[in-house]
Design a protein around this ligand. Structure first.
Ligand SMILES: NC(=O)c1ccc[n+]([C@@H]2O[C@H](COP(=O)([O-])OP(=O)(O)OC[C@H]3O[C@@H](n4cnc5c(N)ncnc54)[C@H](O)[C@@H]3O)[C@@H](O)[C@H]2O)c1
Length: 316
C-alpha cells in the first residue's frame, strides 16, 4: 500500500512509498491539490481581508479623500545612484523634468550645471543662463566649466512645445523655434560638448525625445518632427561614437505632469489621461529615474537606444 503525506506547512506533497498503485497515488494527489488550492485561496482571502481593514482604517483617518490620479506622488522612489566624482550639464533644468533630473543627479553625488534660458534654483546645482539656440551662449557657458575634460554627463532636456494647431495655420516663426530649440539646440550643445568627452575617453549623453517623435501627434507636426529628429540623431551619434566609451541614448516620454502639459488646459489634460492605459500622467521624477540610470556606469550595453516612458501608451 502506498502512503501519501501532505505537509501543509510547506505546501508540498511527498510520496513516502513509491510502490503504491498508480491510481491510489493519483486519487490522493487530486485530493491534496484540492487541499493546497483551498489553503492558498483561504490565505489570500485572509490577507486581502486584513488589507481592506487596514485601508479602511487609513481612509477614515485621512477623511476618505482620494487624490486625483494625476497628482499622486510617484517621486518617492528609493532608487539612488552612485555618481560621485561625475560632472553633468542638464539643459532646461530650471523646472519640470529637467529639474527632477537635476535633483536626482545632485542627490546621487554628481556636480551639476543647469543650462537654462531662465535662472534656476536647485539646491546643490550651479545655474547658468544659456540659450541653447545660440552657439556663443553655449561656448561661453562651457568655458566657465572647470576642467577641459568635463562634463562626464550631458542631458539634453530643454524643450519648447510651441502652439498646438493644424500645420497649415501654424506660424513659421513658431514652428521654426520648435525645431531650433528641440532639435538644433540639442545638436548645438552636443557638438560643443562632445569634443571634451572624446578627449576624456568617456561620456554619457541622454537626449529628451518624445512619444510624439515616434508616433506623430496631430496639431503637433513641428514638435513631432523635431522629436523624431532627436531620436534619429541619437541613433546615428550613438553608432558614430560607439567604441569610444561614450553612450548616447534617448528617453521618449508620453504626457508628463509639468507646466508644458498643464498649460494645454484641463480639457486636453483630461483627454490625455483618458487615453492613457494607466489613466494618469507620468511624473517628472519617474522620467528622472530612467535618465539617471542611463547616466551611470551600470548602463553600458545601451547606445543609440530609445526608452519609452509612456505608461503603456506607446504602440511600438
Ligand atoms: N512634459 C511632457 O509631457 C513631455 C513629454 C515628452 C517630452 N517632453 C520633453 O521633455 C523636456 C522637458 O519638458 P518639460 O515638460 O519639463 O518642459 P518645461 O516647459 O516644464 O521646461 C522646459 C525647460 O526648458 C527651458 N528652455 C526652453 N527653451 C530654452 C532655450 N532656448 N535654452 C535653454 N533653455 C530653454 C525652459 O526655460 C524650461 O526651464 C522637453 O524637451 C520636452 O519636449 C516633455
Amino acid at each position: 500500500m502506498g502512503r501519501l503525506v501532505v505537509l501543509p506547512h510547506r505546501l508540498s506533497i511527498r510520496c513516502r512509498q513509491f510502490a503504491a498503485p498508480r491510481e491510489n497515488v493519483f486519487a490522493a494527489l487530486t485530493r491534496a491539490e484540492h487541499v493546497v488550492h483551498w489553503m492558498r485561496t483561504h490565505a489570500l482571502r485572509t490577507r486581502l481581508a486584513k488589507g481592506y481593514a487596514l485601508r479602511k482604517r487609513l481612509m477614515n483617518r485621512v477623511g476618505n479623500r482620494k487624490a486625483p490620479a494625476s497628482s499622486r506622488k510617484k517621486d518617492d522612489m528609493p532608487n539612488s545612484y552612485d555618481l560621485h566624482g561625475k560632472s553633468a550639464i542638464v539643459t532646461g533644468g530650471a523646472k519640470g523634468i529637467g529639474r527632477a533630473i537635476t535633483e536626482l543627479l545632485v542627490a546621487s553625488g554628481a556636480a551639476v550645471w543647469i543650462w537654462d534660458a531662465k535662472p534656476a534654483q536647485v539646491s546643490g546645482a550651479t545655474s547658468e543662463i544659456v540659450d541653447i539656440t545660440n552657439s556663443a551662449s553655449i561656448e561661453a557657458a562651457l568655458s566657465r566649466m572647470p576642467g577641459v575634460e568635463q562634463p562626464d554627463i550631458l542631458v539634453n532636456n530643454a524643450g519648447y512645445l510651441g502652439k498646438t494647431q493644424g500645420f497649415v495655420a501654424h506660424p513659421g516663426e513658431d514652428w521654426q523655434r520648435i525645431l531650433a530649440v528641440n532639435l538644433m539646440g540639442t545638436m548645438r550643445v552636443t557638438q560643443a560638448v562632445l569634443p571634451r568627452m572624446l578627449r576624456a575617453g568617456r561620456g554619457r549623453i541622454v537626449n529628451m525625445g518624445s512619444l510624439a517623435g515616434k508616433e506623430g501627434l496631430a496639431a503637433l507636426a513641428a514638435y513631432s518632427a523635431a522629436s523624431a529628429g532627436v531620436i534619429a540623431f541619437t541613433k546615428a551619434l550613438g553608432r558614430e561614437v560607439s567604441g569610444r566609451n561614450i553612450f548616447v541614448n534617448c528617453v521618449a516620454p508620453g504626457p508628463i505632469d509639468t507646466d508644458m502639459i498643464r498649460d494645454l488646459g484641463t480639457a486636453v489634460v483630461d483627454a490625455m489621461i483618458a487615453d492613457s492605459p494607466m489613466k494618469r500622467l507620468g511624473s517628472a521624477g519617474e522620467v528622472a529615474q530612467m535618465v539617471a540610470w542611463l547616466c551611470t556606469d551600470a548602463s553600458h550595453f545601451n547606445t543609440g537606444a530609445v526608452f519609452d516612458m509612456s505608461g503603456g501608451r506607446a504602440r511600438y
